[in-house]
Write a new protein. Structure first.
Length: 305
């Protein structure tokens, strides 16, 4: 039997879907951890008396307005297999976030029309996925960690942190991922390895020592199923929105599966249906991984202008 991600990728590519109509609604939602109002759009696709949604994760109101105008053309209506729809959306030049929102909605609609699930297609029983609480660079990460008791952590690293900060962070015993965001130097890596030797090192700036390479995880560069090329990190953070394709993310997972690379699923500040869909995917492919899918507290419900 094929491995889980490989089997799911093949089944999803062949999944039929009928899309009779599509609509888009946009608005904002107040997200304290985002720093204010987060623009958001939801595309709804319908067919065979069923409907499904996909969330657009663009960062600006202008991007969402453009998505609404493009979505109104509804050039993706018709009968498809998910694989051919994904190819067509790319061939038509849609931006990655647009493609991911439409394709993810189509995947969910196809599952509903076929009375099936991701788990059934993959041949596994999904499990509730674990997740990490992720927070940005702060002067006192241990104090921020204390606000999330019992949760594994994904911490944005400040290379200038002294040993005292590293000592306090290590004392939490909960750091799963150190996110360098293309930063870091030899001194910072040495402190990180000394204080938190078991953490994954996501996107450190090369060159890095062998001990970091042995814990290396890649995120920002993983924009295509083939993005890794000849690199073999320990783990990869897969984000369907960044890749512009739900199916593409599953295909990337299958490539990692074949090469012995662990995976986890990451979010991009989804505030609606997108976060649930990512958890569904993680529950099938990597329920035990440090998935960057913690709940995002909202100050209010989405508002539509």
């Amino acid at each position: 039997m094929p491995a889980t991600a490989e089997r799911l990728a093949a089944a999803l590519a062949d999944l039929p879907v009928v899309i009779d109509d599509a609509t888009c609604r946009s608005g904002t939602v107040a997200v304290p951890s985002f720093g204010g109002d987060r623009p958001t759009s939801t595309v709804t696709v319908t067919g065979a008396d069923l409907s499904a949604e996909g969330e657009h994760v663009g960062w600006t109101a202008d991007v969402h307005a453009a998505f609404g105008r493009a979505g109104a053309r509804r050039a993706f209506l018709g009968r498809w297999r998910i694989g051919s729809l994904a190819h067509a959306l790319r061939a038509r030049g849609l931006p990655p976030y647009d493609r991911a929102a439409i394709e993810t909605a189509a995947v969910e609609l196809g599952l509903r029309q076929g009375a099936t699930t991701l788990g059934a297609l993959a041949g596994v029983t999904p499990r509730p996925p674990g997740w990490v609480v992720s927070f940005g660079r702060v002067p006192d990460p241990a104090a921020e960690a204390a606000r999330h008791p019992g949760q594994r952590l994904k911490v944005d690293v400040d290379a200038a942190w002294p040993d005292a900060v590293w000592r306090a962070l290590a004392a939490t015993g909960r750091v799963a991922i150190l996110d360098w965001k293309d930063s870091g130097d030899a001194a910072a890596y040495e402190r990180a390895l000394r204080w938190i030797p078991g953490a994954l090192h996501e996107d450190p700036r090369p060159p890095w020592p062998a001990a970091v390479a042995e814990r290396l995880s890649l995120d920002a560069c993983v924009t295509e199923p083939s993005a890794l090329g000849g690199r073999v990190p320990v783990a990869c953070n897969l984000k369907p929105a960044r890749m512009g394709s739900f199916l593409g993310a599953v295909r990337a997972a299958a490539d990692c599966e074949r090469r012995g690379i662990a995976i986890y699923v990451g979010g991009m500040f989804e505030v609606g249906v997108g976060r649930r869909q990512l958890r569904d995917l993680a529950g099938v492919l990597c329920p035990d991984g440090p998935n960057d899918l913690a709940p995002i507290p909202l100050a209010e419900a989405p508002s539509t202008p």
